[in-house]
Structures are given as C-alpha cells and as structure tokens.
Design a protein around this ligand. Structure first.
Ligand SMILES: *Cc1c(COP(=O)(O)O)cnc(C)c1O
Length: 419
C-alpha cells in the first residue's frame, strides 16, 4: 500500500505507516471512531476528487456532470432508504457543517434553540459558548432529571419551551448512553410550533441497523448526522428531512450556496458505498453486536462497583466516573490507558466539579472493536484490562495490559469488507 507516496514523499509515508501500525496494534475505544471498508477507501482516493460539481444533480454550475450526478443521486436515494427519509442532502463536509447549515436553514438571527446541556452529553455545535453559533442564535438548555438513571426532565423541558418559544427543539448527543423518548420531544416541538431536529451523529449506525429507534417514527422533522461514526462511512455529514419539501429546499440552499462551495464528490461516492453496506443484513448484525458488546463491558464495571453515568448503557458508549469510583482523574486515566494501547477520551461527567482539561470521567465505546469482530467475551476482557490498569497504575500493570492488548488486536485484524 502507498507505493507512490513511499517513492514520492517519504516523510508523509513514514507518518502514514506509523498510523497504520498504531491502528492495527492498538484497541480503539473512542466511540466516535470506526474503520471503513476497502471499497469506501477506494472511493475516497478516486479521481472524483478532481471534479467541481457546485449545485445539485441536474442543476450544476459546471459541465461534465454525467457521472457525478449518478454518484450523488445514488447516495441520496440510499440515504433516504436507509433512514426512511423523503429528502437527503449528502453534501455537508462534516457533522458540524451539517448542523450549521441546518440552523441557518431553519432560524433567523436571534431565534432560540432548545438543546441538551453540554455537560449532560450535548455536542459543541449544540450551542457551546466557544462556537460562533452562540453569537447568532440563542441556545437554551434542558438536562437530565436524574443523572443516575439518565431520565430527561421532560416536564421542565416543556415548561421552558412554553416560556422561550424555540424555533428548534434539538435532541442528540455525543456522550449520553440511553435512548431518548422521541415522542416527548416531538410533542413539545409541535406544541410550541418548533421544528423537531435530532442530531444522530453518534448513533446513525445503530438507527440504520435497526438496533436503536428511528426518530422519524416518532414525529421528528429533520435529522443531521455524521457518516464516519457508527455508520462506518467516510468522514462527512448528512441532513435528512422526513416530509416537508419546504424544509428540504431551505436545507439545500443553506448547504450550497449558503455555506459550502463545491461538494467533495469522492467523499459522496464513499458515502453512497457506506450506505449500501449499511443496507445489508450483515450491518444489522453489526449494530446488534455493538449493543451486546457494550452490555458485556457494562457488566464488568457494574461488578466492580464503578460509577457509570446513568447507571450503564443502552447504546454504544459508556461514561465512567473514574474520579469518584477509582480515584483517578479522567486525564490521567486517558494517558495510562493510552500507554497500554487502549485509546479513549477523558470526558466531563454531568455537573462535573473538575476542570474540563482534566475532568472526572472517561468516555469509551464498542463500534470500532465490534467492526474488528470482538464479541461479548473479548469486550469484557478489554473492560477487565482497563480496570487492572486504572486500579494498579504501575508500570508492570501497564506493560502486562499492553502485551495482551496487542495480542487481542492482532487476533482481530481490521476487516477489508463488511461482506
Ligand atoms: C461528532 C458530532 C458532531 C460533529 O461532527 P464533525 O464531523 O466532527 O464535525 C456533531 N454532532 C454530534 C452529536 C456529534 O457527536
């Protein structure tokens, strides 16, 4: 692999080779990461990257769109089929870009969005003060009623919605391990005349594989997503609209020409391939196994009495309060586990008392190891190794775990194909 790069750019080749080895020998537990198939990679490296295709299929600003139109139309049709949508925009360059376009499509400056509190699992693009979005729109928060069960305070949410009259009721998360009660969200949105939007970036693969509920079945109007997390596609974004042609038109305009220039057609081809893979029964099996593997890890932490935010997980990720239950900070835990070849990230827990740069928790999940063929026993073993490193914290424990992680990783090579 990378023959031409090796010959023409040895410095980049060296870095690429190092990353290939890192991915092969370590265990990836960052819940937003995954491994794409060889077919998806081939599309990303294809000549479609040479082409300008500003506009949409059949309505482009440049000529020569015979094949790009075919690619984008296939991507759109497959996305619609996968999620039960009436409209799909496959051009957003990433999840953040999809959200930004969605806000500008549905809001006027000064309008209000009711979104999940960031310390309770919401994403940066849901109104974190460091983003420019907060200079333009007004973000108001809802939270969990009970951090130990994960139940959202829907009564409070409804009360706030009546008071602040949001134009968007936004669901979705990056660090929340439970299902949401979508019917409640949709009902609150309907009552105050807001659009119900779900950011499915983290769980798109679970929804596609029918291992999680589809918000469209409960009255949601719009879904935004990434394509590279549980969905196992190329890095990119996606916006789906359930019914309203009016909303879909606004979204198309907001993506292009509102925010982006030429679409990345090589990525769109890769998205089309990933959607096709996700439509296959083997992908539903994959999505189901993600949940089983998370449950196997959950059982290990439960047995040890470690505090999980919301008490456990119903999806692909776990948030572990390592500070209160193991006496190590999230930052230190991340570094120790990294040395053992287990990659995950430090994460604030709900109402964290520690600083964001070294919070109380770690966040991890099973999408990537499940792609590598891990099942329940292997996943539980990874959880045990994590606990061993975090409780012993000495060089010998780290070294022992590192050896076993490498053996486990090499026994589960990164697959080249879903099929
Ligand atoms: C990852 C994520 C995003 C952002 O996606 P990028 O591709 O990194 O821009 C947006 N929303 C949620 C909920 C996410 O988890």
């Amino acid at each position: 692999m990378y023959d031409f790069i090796e010959r023409e750019d040895p410095e980049i080749f060296e870095a690429l080779a190092g990353e290939e080895k890192r991915q092969a020998e370590g265990l990836e537990l960052i819940p937003s990461e995954n491994y794409v198939s060889r077919a998806v990679k081939e599309a990303m490296a294809s000549s479609l990257t040479n082409k300008y295709s500003e506009g949409y299929p059949g309505k482009r600003y440049y000529g020569g769109q015979e094949f790009t139109d075919k690619v984008e139309t296939l991507a759109i049709e497959r996305a619609k089929q996968l999620f039960g949508a009436s409209y799909a925009n496959v051009q957003p360059l990433g999840g953040a870009n999809a959200n930004i376009a969605m806000y500008f499509a549905l809001l006027a400056p000064g309008d209000t969005v009711l979104g999940m509190d960031l310390s309770h699992g919401g994403h940066l693009t849901h109104g974190h003060p460091v983003t420019y979005l907060t200079k333009i729109f007004n973000f108001v928060r809802y939270k969990m009623k009970n951090v130990e069960t994960g139940e959202i305070d829907y009564d409070e949410m409804r009360r706030v919605a009546r008071e602040v009259k949001p134009k968007i009721v936004l669901a979705g998360f990056s660090a929340y391990p439970r299902e949401l009660d979508y019917a409640q969200f949709a009902d609150i949105a309907r009552e105050v005349g807001a659009v119900a939007v779900m950011d499915i970036a983290h769980i798109a693969g679970l929804i596609a594989g029918r291992a999680a509920k589809n918000p469209f079945d409960y009255g949601f109007d719009v879904m935004t997503s990434t394509t590279h997390k549980t969905l196992r596609g190329p890095r990119g974004g996606l916006i789906l609209t359930r019914e309203s042609e009016e909303i879909a038109k606004k979204i198309d305009k907001a993506v292009f020409p509102g925010f982006q220039g030429g679409p990345h057609m090589h990525q769109i081809a890769a998205k089309a391939i990933a959607f096709q893979e996700a439509l296959h029964p083997a992908f539903a099996q994959y999505a189901k196994q993600i949940l089983l593997n998370t449950k196997a890890m959950e059982a290990v932490f439960k047995k040890h009495g470690a505090r999980m935010i919301t008490g456990g997980s119903d999806n692909h990720l776990i948030l572990l309060d390592v500070w209160s239950s193991i006496g190590i900070s999230g930052g230190e835990a991340e570094i120790l586990l990294d040395r053992a070849g287990i990659t995950l990230n430090k994460n604030a827990v709900a109402d964290d008392t520690r600083k964001p740069m070294d919070p109380s928790g770690i966040r991890f999940g099973t999408p990537a190891i499940t792609t590598r063929g891990f099942r329940e026993a292997g996943s539980a073993r990874v959880a045990e190794l994590m606990l061993e490193v975090l409780t012993k914290r000495d060089d010998a424990a780290v070294e022992h775990a590192r050896q076993e992680v490498k053996i486990l990783a090499l026994a589960h090579p990164i697959p080249e194909s879903l099929y």
